[in-house]
Design a protein around this ligand. Structure first.
Ligand code: SAH
Length: 396
């Protein structure tokens, strides 16, 4: 951050409430460093009724808000010249007021024959965020970022190492999905024209530390056109380090979205180091919140566990994890660690991974091993943005 940056905006109490005011010491100093003002207002930030009010304020009939919204959420366009049902003279003022360009592609990388595509986006104020499109035979998943950077400081995660720049706005989150939808609709992803079917909040950032924007993004993405994009709530996964009050708040929304909890260790001693927010909310509290979420929503909780060689992959930890999850509405998603540059850690040996799976299954816990798509394009959390930035100064 240069010294000439505008003063930071006061933190939105809505968006920090989930943290309960008490952050572990290690997270102090990782509060937003940017504060470079808010992104321009976009129609995806607003419910349809408020878009109507904006349109009316421009002296246009309110139904133009639905027309614009159909172009954006139904046809994935924000280009005024493609809006032939709008009077020519109205197109530019409406687009300027409600469809500002929020994200500019800085780099695009693809692999898996073009069916995995990662985009590094530059925001209006120069922050970098990533999204990844993954096309499978039966679905297309968009992995989106909820913050530029992240304040949770998990030592194995590239984003966690760089700290938090700022929260993304609702429309900046939605725009990542829209970009993928546009590529698919245009037939620019191998496999023919298609649609985004699934969304995972597993890109950069801690979604529940940006609660209000993420929740509004979930609503926008899942409400039908023209209110939103019409993706099924059941196909949306919100992944968290375990911010217990925010998990409870999400449960009370009574949405059908899937909760993923990044556990990575079944014992507090190790989890305190791998997921530093564990010093605030312990394994038992996080899992209790997860079971309450499952009870409130009927949705199976996904327990994320990055297997790190000789750190968290011991047989006894598999047994402990199995005993914590046995009989619960949960499954385990094992992620072979994707080592970050310079990291001393690496993925588990195949034999250790197999044994870990076997022991979980012996406890009757469903397990999947996540495929490692996108490795060759720095597919894991934050790695592309990290490689596009100058190295983080030592001691950060
Ligand atoms: N902050 C949220 C969502 C973003 S990370 C969360 O922590 O859940 C999405 C998932 O990728 C998390 O489970 C995270 O722990 C995991 N992850 C991060 N870095 C990784 C790495 N280097 N290798 C494997 N998984 C990683």
């Amino acid at each position: 951050m240069s010294a000439t940056s505008p003063a930071p905006e006061p933190a939105d109490p809505e968006e920090t409430a989930g943290l309960d005011g008490a952050l572990p010491l290690v997270l102090a100093g990782r509060r937003p460093a940017g504060g470079r003002g808010r992104p321009p207002r976009h129609l995806a930030d607003l419910p349809l009724a408020e878009r109507r009010a904006v349109v009316a304020g421009l002296g246009q009939p309110p139904f133009r808000a639905s027309q614009l919204s159909r172009h954006f959420f139904g046809r994935y366009t924000d280009q005024p010249e493609e809006m032939s049902d709008l009077p020519r003279a109205a197109r530019d003022p409406l687009a300027q007021a409600l469809l500002p360009r929020l994200l500019t592609a800085e780099r695009e990388l693809s692999c898996d024959g073009g069916t995995t595509r990662k985009t590094l986006w530059r925001t209006f104020d120069g922050a970098l965020v990533e999204s990844v499109l993954m096309r499978y035979p039966d679905r297309v998943t968009m992995c989106v970022s909820s913050q530029a950077g992240c304040g949770m400081a998990c030592p194995f995660c590239a984003t966690g190492q760089a700290g938090l720049t700022r929260n993304l706005s609702t429309a900046e989150i939605v725009a990542q999905v829209l970009a993928g939808a546009r590529l698919l609709a245009d037939g620019r992803v191998p496999g023919g024209p298609g649609r985004v079917s699934n969304i995972v909040f597993m890109g950069m950032g801690e979604p529940l530390a940006n609660y209000a924007s993420v929740l509004a993004a979930v609503r926008r993405l899942t409400e039908p056109v023209p209110e939103g994009m019409g993706i099924s709530q059941r196909s949306v996964t919100v992944s968290t380090v375990g911010l217990v009050p925010a998990i409870a708040r999400l449960a009370a929304e009574r949405l059908s979205v899937t909760l993923a909890v990044s556990l990575h260790a079944p014992d507090d001693e190790l989890r305190d180091t791998l997921v530093p927010v564990n010093r605030r909310w312990k394994v038992a509290e996080v899992l209790a919140a997860a079971w309450d979420y499952a009870a409130a929503t009927g949705r199976r909780v996904s327990v994320e566990y990055a297997l790190i060689r000789e750190i968290n992959d011991q047989a006894w930890r598999a047994d402990l994890l199995g005993s914590l999850l046995a009989g619960r509405l949960a499954h385990v998603n094992l992620i072979p660690l994707n080592p970050t540059p310079g990291s001393k850690w690496t993925a588990s040996r195949p034999a250790a991974q197999r044994e870990f799976v076997r022991r979980l299954e012996a406890h009757g816990v469903p397990v999947t091993v996540r495929d490692t798509r996108g490795r060759e394009i720095d597919g894991a959390c934050g790695q592309l943005a990290a490689s596009a930035r100058p190295p983080v100064p030592a001691g950060r």
